[in-house]
Design a protein around this ligand. Structure first.
Ligand code: FA5
Length: 344
């Protein structure tokens, strides 16, 4: 029995020494120290031994088991350490290799344009106001001097949810809402960017959904010359110092007088070309002096207060500034188109 135990110890220690990885070491541990191993078997057979032999062999079996366990544990630490070192060596990062480029997004050209327009007007003392895209008939039309059945409602074909609820057709309802909030006291000086919706057929210059930027200035003694001065400042800030504007008579039910505003063509410096249809000018927005009835309906005394308002299409501004030939590019989200816009 003694010899058998010594044999087992030598055999196990040799296998521990020979184990080259954690897995084969684990096999040695299970084989010699496990419940079904030979040492456990020796201990089970102790009953057959004489009373004198039993403590001696028992002590020896325990010593052999402890000796094997000490060696297995020590080798396990070594092998684990070696495994980690090998893994580190294999997975080491070569910091000199060129990295994979991370492609980053860019802001949508309409966002850029709206922010540029906002910057230009914030510099002139305007603040930004917002209103709902789903609008009630009253603010979209009636408060803007467009009663039900007014023929000018046909100028903006609308998407209705009910008789009273529609997708706003322009940002002018924000004018009425903002004036109402001021409870008849000026000054009111805001720009209102936002999405608008019309039942227009989509083509290169028209979209059924587009963005407008409304402007409103109401105070005592606001005059048409203030409108012209502000728009001139804006055109130079947005398009460039060399650009001029001109005002042409027009009609909007909520302004009187009303004008269309043209900017001198940047392509030909006003000489006339294909882009400006040989006129030297490009239309960019509608504007006018706020109609006294609109002022009154929103709670302002029209004998004391006057104001101007304007509304421009953000896509049209972007098309002019960046020379884009089709409005649909803004909505088809082709990244090759979108990636070209980085704010200067
Ligand atoms: C209006 O919507 C008025 N509310 C503007 C206004 C405000 C006038 C305040 C006076 C005072 P108009 O329908 O012309 O006006 O639209 C204004 C601008 O929106 C146009 O100059 C054009 O740039 C843009 N626009 C109009 N329809 C479309 C469309 N279907 N697609 C893209 N842009 C459009």
């Amino acid at each position: 029995m003694k010899e058998r135990l010594e044999e087992l110890r030598d055999e196990a220690l040799a296998k521990v020494k020979a184990a080259e990885d954690v897995k084969s070491l684990q096999e040695v541990r299970v084989a010699y120290l496990g419940k079904k191993g030979p040492i456990t078997e020796v201990l089970r057979g102790m009953g057959k031994l004489s009373a004198e032999e039993r403590p001696v062999i028992g002590q020896m079996a325990n010593d052999v088991r402890d000796a094997i366990k000490v060696e297995v544990d020590a080798k396990e630490v070594l092998l684990e350490q070696a495994a980690i070192e090998q893994q580190l060596a294999e997975e080491s990062i070569d910091v000199t290799l060129p990295g994979r480029p991370v492609s980053s997004g860019s802001r949508h050209p309409l966002t850029i344009v709206v922010e540029e327009v906002e910057d230009a007007f914030l510099g002139l003392g305007f603040s930004v106001a917002e209103g709902p895209e789903v609008e009630v008939d009253y603010y979209n039309f009636e408060a803007l001097n467009l009663p039900k059945d007014h023929p000018a409602r046909d100028m903006q074909d609308s998407f209705y949810f009910t008789d009273e609820l529609l997708l706003r057709t322009h940002t002018s309802p924000v004018q009425a809402r903002t004036m109402e909030k001021h409870e008849g006291k000026g000054p009111v000086k805001v720009i209102c960017p936002g999405k608008v919706f019309r039942r227009d057929d989509d083509d290169a210059t028209h979209s059924h959904q587009f963005m407008q930027i409304e402007g409103l200035y109401v105070d005592e003694h606001v005059r048409m010359s203030d409108l012209k001065g502000v728009l001139e400042q804006f055109a130079k800030a947005f398009f460039g110092e060399d650009r001029e504007i001109r005002l042409r008579p027009s009609f909007f039910p909520f302004t009187e007088p009303s004008v269309e505003v043209d900017v001198s063509c940047g392509m030909c410096a006003g000489k006339g070309c294909r882009i400006c249809k040989q006129s030297g000018w490009i239309e960019v927005l509608g504007a006018g002096m706020v109609h006294p009835r609109v002022l009154e309906m929103s709670g302002f005394d029209s004998t004391k207060y006057s104001g101007f308002a304007f509304g421009m299409g953000a896509e049209r501004l972007a098309m002019l500034k960046y020379d884009i030939d089709d409005i649909r590019h803004f909505y088809t989200n082709d990244v090759r188109f979108l990636a070209q816009f980085k704010r200067a």
